[in-house]
Design a protein. Structure first.
Length: 335
């Protein structure tokens, strides 16, 4: 007897598959990986390989020995989680910390919910935030570009542009004086700044965005709504007090905003299904990001913003959902 099997999200149609799209996202991340290796050298490769291998191993082991199911590591989702986790960490992080982050990302962020299609939160961000809370010193020692080409653990470190801006404003300095202490906007765009592997080279991340849009792996709704919201919100604050609040381009090109908007928030499972819901989701992430950056204790807020809005996705999907096929829309006074 034929049966209809309805599986958890992500649901893919038009001849695509989950495996094909996962590897499509990995391909889209390759320009950013190349830029990271160019600027940070050996450390970027070591951190990336350690994270990817650890995530794949832990997913295979948990599925085989704990859940007693057939391992699905070849679908690319574990490798993608490892790659995104690596992009959210300093490129001088010891391997044992990377392994812990991978275990948390896969074991807690993904497999504890039942695996791909069931996780509420983005697994890579779960691992990243866990490491940030557990190892705050190691997770905030950012290598400078071209300084860790050989022994990556001994790389020269420095503050990120967001940290310089946050600390300077707290000490009473003006935005204009602080902008002279950080890389220029062109350097920020091309990646010549300290930070995590995925925070460099906005141009490389944009190349990945264009690739995914052309391949129809993602839609424009989430990335554009996040970036536009950050631009509008930070622009209003900057217009109100130019020497107290940095401008939109600074917020867009620094930190993990581009990485989060393009690759983290667009995760199939932990983002809304409907286009209108995606826009609401993106606006929420943009607002929370600026609020944390400007008024919070942390200089960066993208990871927290995405995880917070991940928690609202079921509510967004419930009240902002497409019309069911064949559904009759009722209007006032009519049946």
């Amino acid at each position: 007897m034929n049966t209809l099997t309805v599986s958890p999200s992500p649901h893919v149609h038009s001849g695509d598959s989950v495996k094909k799209n996962m590897y499509g996202v990995i391909i889209a991340l390759l320009p950013a990986l190349a830029a990271s290796v160019y600027y940070f050298g050996l450390g970027a490769l070591i951190v990336t390989m350690a994270a990817v291998i650890s995530c794949v191993f832990f997913e295979w082991a948990i599925q085989k020995y704990l859940l007693k199911t057939n391992p699905t590591v070849l679908d690319g989702s574990a490798a993608l989680t490892g790659l995104l986790l690596a992009f959210n960490m300093p490129t001088n992080l010891p391997i044992w910390i990377i392994i812990i982050g991978s275990l948390v990302a896969i074991g807690i962020g993904k497999m504890s919910f039942g695996g791909l299609g069931n996780n509420i939160f983005n697994p890579a961000l779960v691992g990243r935030v866990f490491l940030l809370i557990s190892f705050p010193v190691q997770m905030t020692l950012w290598p400078k570009p071209s300084e860790n080409m050989t022994n990556y653990l001994d790389a020269t470190t420095g503050a990120t542009p967001l940290s310089v801006m946050k600390e300077g404003l707290a000490n009473g300095e003006s935005v204009s004086s602080l902008m002279a202490k950080i890389p220029s906007l062109s350097e920020l765009f091309f990646g010549n700044l300290g930070g995590s592997a995925g925070e460099v080279a906005a141009v490389a991340l944009l190349i990945g965005l264009v690739y995914m849009l052309i391949r129809k792996i993602i839609t424009w709704h989430i990335p554009v709504s996040i970036i536009a919201t950050v631009a509008v919100f930070s622009g209003i604050l900057n217009l109100a007090s130019p020497e107290q609040f940095a401008g939109p381009l600074f917020h867009i090109l620094t930190g993990g905003l581009m990485l989060g908007a393009i690759f983290m928030a667009t995760d199939y499972v932990s983002s809304p299904m409907a286009n209108k819901g995606m826009i609401i989701f993106g606006i929420g992430i943009g607002v929370i990001t600026v609020v944390i950056r400007v008024f919070g204790a942390y200089p960066e807020g993208v990871s927290f913003a995405i995880l917070i809005m991940n928690g609202f996705v079921p509510l967004i999907d419930k009240y902002v959902k497409p019309k069911r096929f064949g559904e009759v829309v009722k209007t006032a006074g009519k049946k």
